[in-house]
Design a protein around this ligand. Structure first.
Ligand code: TRP
Length: 388
C-alpha cells in the first residue's frame, strides 16, 4: 500500500487498560486496517516520563500488545511494536526538538496540568489586586487585610506550582516533540487519537511545517505541497470516544483514579462490570433520555451504550431513552458484557503466551525499523549530516 495512506497511533503501556482506552482509541483502529497501512506502537518511551517499575513495565508492554490483538488489531496486517525498540524515534525527536520553539511547548495544556505549573489566571488575579490598591489608596483597613490575604494565598499557590514545575523532568516537557517524531518518522498521513491528544497533533503539524520550511526551498506553505514531511491529519473518532468516569461525569475515565468503581477495566469479569454500572452515579430524572444537556453522568452512560452498540447517540436514545436508570443500567451491562467478555478472554490467553507476543513485537519492530530508518536517513541528509 502506498505511503499516501499511512496510519500511526499508540497508547502508553502503563497497566490497567480500561473502557476509555478501548472505545476512545484501540477499537477505532480495527476498521482502519482494511483501508490503510497501519502501525500501532506501545509508547514505552512516553511511559517513562513518570517513574515506572521495570518488571511492571515489561509486563504492561506485553499486556497492552495483547489488548491490541484481543480488540481486533491483526498482527498479520498491522505492525505492533514497542517504541523503544526503534531508535529512530528518539533520534528524529532530537532533530525535531531543534525546530520547536519553547513557546509552542509552553502552550501544551497536558504539560501544564501534569507539572501543575503556575496558572496564568492566578497571576492575573494578583495583578488585578495590586492595581486596585494603587488606584484606591484609601480603601478601608479590614477590606485591605482581606485582599492582602487573598493575594498572599494566590502567591503561595503560584510558588508551589513553580516548585512542581522545577521538579518536572525534561521528558515530560518535550513529550509532544517525541510524539511528533513517532508520527513523522513514518510520514504518517492519518493519526487516530482521542480528544485529549488533539493539541499534540496540531503541534506535530507545526513542527513538520517548520522542518519543511527549513529544508525544502520549494515547500509551498499555503498549499502544503512539496514538503519532506506530510502534515498528518487527526482522525478524531465519533461518539463514545470520550469516556468519562462512572463516578463523576465531568472527569475522564482514568487508570489513575483512586476508585476502581470509576472505570471498567478490560480485565473485569461480568460480575465486576455489572456491579460497576449498578453503582455508577445516576441522578433523579425519571428517564435517562430526558433533558440531557445538563446531565453529564447520564450522557456518559448513554454515550458508552451507543459506542458499544456501534450506533449513534440519537439511535441509542430512541432505543433506551425512555428507560429508568435501573433498567437502563441492566441493558448497558448486557451490551458491555457481550462486547467485552470475548476481549477479556482472548487477552488472558495471549498474556499466558508471552513468546507469541514477543514474536508479534519482533515482526512489528522489523517492519517499523525498515520505514523509520529510511526517513531518518533522508532527514539527516537534508540537514547536512555526513552519512555514517
Ligand atoms: N500521547 C499518547 C497518549 O498518551 C500516546 C502517543 C505517543 C501517541 N505517541 C503517539 C498517539 C503518536 C498517537 C501518535 O495517548
Amino acid at each position: 500500500m502506498s505511503q499516501a495512506n499511512r496510519i500511526l497511533s499508540g497508547v502508553q503501556p502503563t497497566g490497567n487498560l480500561h473502557l476509555g482506552n478501548y472505545l476512545g482509541a484501540i477499537r477505532n483502529w480495527v476498521a482502519l486496517q482494511d483501508s490503510h497501512e497501519c502501525l500501532f506502537m506501545l509508547a514505552d518511551l512516553h511511559a517513562i516520563t513518570v517513574p515506572q517499575d521495570p518488571d511492571k513495565l515489561r509486563t504492561s508492554v506485553r499486556e497492552t500488545a495483547a489488548a491490541y490483538i484481543a480488540c481486533g488489531v491483526n498482527p498479520d496486517k498491522s505492525a505492533i511494536f514497542h517504541q523503544s525498540a526503534v531508535s529512530a524515534h528518539a533520534e528524529l525527536g532530537w532533530i525535531l526538538s531543534c525546530h520547536t520553539p519553547l513557546g509552542w511547548l509552553n502552550r501544551m495544556t497536558q504539560f501544564k496540568e501534569k507539572a501543575n505549573s503556575i496558572e496564568e489566571s492566578e497571576l492575573e488575579k494578583v495583578l488585578k489586586l495590586l492595581k486596585y490598591f494603587i488606584a484606591n489608596p484609601d480603601v478601608n483597613a479590614s477590606q485591605k487585610e482581606m485582599d492582602i490575604n487573598i493575594a498572599s494565598e494566590l502567591v503561595k499557590k503560584m510558588l508551589e506550582g513553580g516548585k512542581n514545575k522545577e521538579k518536572a523532568n525534561l521528558g515530560l516537557y518535550s513529550y509532544p516533540v517525541l510524539m511528533a517524531s513517532d508520527i513523522l518518522v513514518y510520514k504518517a498521513t492519518h493519526v487516530p487519537v482521542g480528544h485529549d491528544q488533539k493539541q499534540h497533533l496540531e503541534l506535530c503539524r507545526d513542527i513538520a511545517g517548520a522542518f519543511n520550511r527549513a529544508y525544502n526551498p520549494s515547500y509551498n506553505v499555503t498549499e502544503n505541497k512539496g514538503g519532506f514531511f506530510p502534515l498528518p491529519e487527526p482522525v478524531i473518532m465519533g461518539e463514545g470516544t470520550r469516556v468519562m468516569s462512572l463516578k463523576d461525569g465531568s472527569k475522564k475515565m482514568s487508570k489513575s483514579d483512586e476508585s476502581d468503581l470509576s472505570r471498567i477495566n478490560l480485565t473485569d469479569d461480568s460480575d465486576a462490570i455489572a456491579k460497576k454500572f449498578k453503582k455508577s452515579t445516576s441522578d433523579s430524572f425519571p428517564t435517562v433520555g430526558e433533558n440531557n444537556e445538563t446531565r453529564p453522568e447520564a450522557n456518559n452512560l448513554v454515550n458508552i451504550y451507543a459506542a458499544l452498540k456501534g450506533v449513534t447517540r440519537a439511535q441509542a436514545l430512541a432505543e433506551v431513552g425512555g428507560l429508568q436508570f435501573g433498567a437502563f443500567k441492566g441493558a448497558l451491562t448486557d451490551v458491555a458484557v457481550e462486547k467485552l467478555s470475548p476481549i477479556t478472554k482472548t487477552m488472558r490467553e495471549l498474556v499466558a503466551s508471552p513468546d507469541y507476543i514477543d514474536q508479534v513485537l519482533a515482526k512489528g519492530v522489523a517492519k517499523a525499523q525498515a520505514i523509520a530508518g529510511v526517513t531518518l536517513k533522508e532527514a539527516k541528509n537534508l540537514i547536512g549530516f555526513l552519512q555514517g
